[in-house]
Design a protein around this ligand. Structure first.
Ligand code: PYC
Length: 317
């Protein structure tokens, strides 16, 4: 029987379960160790977050504290269908969890993720600031014919995961519409696949972000609805999705460096975001370094018990 120490939190309604032990660290580090982690421990990660121990909306994080002499810990985020690149709400949840456990020292937290280094800062009272990986827009105004919904136009952008972002979708961004919004986003994803539209280096665009400024409470700049790869919608404004949004705004000259962008998610929770320019990449794309502030609350600590005989029941390893 394996014992996995865990701590649960939610960031603006979106849950994170951090595994604090019991999962082998990839020998070559998280940047190139994803395949090894999936092969050796994928079944265990899956067992830790899907039913009956979790649910489809839970995002997991396996965290290894800094090795002796190192400043940065390592983290890999995952969901009900596999590993993620980065996760903004999950990083906020992780840092709030480490603060709760008294394992954060000065309050600054440096992390290595599979897609690059991230810095985070505990701000007190559940609030966490993050400097995310570099974000950029890859394609502008990609039009799709979506069966049952007609023409939609969106941008493809990287914010730590790949996003297709639609401004003014054909459905109102209201929580009451969440099932219809999920079906719309799923149909959009299907069209991206059918048309062979992908991110850089052939990466699958597996997050769909619908954005609108209609009917916002005062002080907000935008509301979004984000559908994640396993068909769960993000209850928070999605940290990597907000980063991708900033990359599009920056590329269009609609948001200046350092200006605050208040991104509301579909359940009403908010991330405050801004960016600093980070030059241009080899493809000539404007790159930015997004920063986010959000709030997380710890909800449980405990130990999961997983029997090795369950290995065969889990598939995505
Ligand atoms: O906050 O970046 C995020 C995120 C990705 C998937 C779910 N949440």
């Amino acid at each position: 029987m394996r014992r996995l120490r865990f701590i649960d939190s939610h960031t603006g309604g979106e849950p994170t379960r951090v595994l604090l032990g019991g999962v082998e660290r990839p020998a070559q580090g998280v940047e190139s160790g994803a395949a090894e982690l999936r092969r050796r421990s994928g079944w265990l990660l899956e067992a830790a977050i899907v039913e009956p121990r979790g649910s489809d909306i839970l995002v997991g994080a396996v965290y290894w504290p800094p090795a002796p002499g190192q400043a940065a810990g390592e983290v890999v985020f995952f969901n009900n269908v596999g590993l993620l690149g980065m996760c903004g709400h999950g990083t906020i949840g992780l840092v709030a969890s480490l603060a709760f456990l008294g394992e954060l020292g000065s309050g600054e937290c440096r992390l290595r993720t599979p897609v690059g280094p991230v810095r985070a800062q505990w701000l007190g009272d559940g609030r966490v600031g993050i400097d995310n990986v570099v974000a950029y827009r890859e394609h502008k105004d990609v039009a799709l014919e979506v069966p049952g919904h007609g023409r939609v136009v969106g941008d493809v952008a990287w914010g730590g995961n790949w996003f297709y972002l639609v401004e003014q979708p054909p459905l109102a961004l209201e929580l009451a519409n969440r099932e219809a919004l999920s079906e719309l986003a799923w149909a959009i994803r299907g069209q991206l696949q059918a048309r062979g539209i992908r991110g850089r280096d052939g990466a699958e665009i597996d997050h769909i972000e619908l954005c609108s400024a209609a009917g916002l409470p005062s002080g907000m700049d935008s509301r979004n609805f984000v559908l994640c790869p396993g068909k769960a919608y993000d209850r928070s404004p999605c940290g990597t999705g907000t980063s991708a949004k900033l990359a599009c705004l920056a590329a269009d000259g609609k948001l200046q460096p350092g200006s605050i962008w208040r991104q509301q998610g579909i359940t009403g929770s908010v991330f405050e975001a801004s960016y600093q320019p980070a030059g241009h990449d080899a493809h000539g794309r404007l790159c930015i370094r997004p920063s986010l502030v959000g709030r997380a609350q710890v909800t449980a600590v405990g130990e999961l018990l997983v029997d090795d005989s369950e290995r065969a029941a889990h598939s995505w390893a």
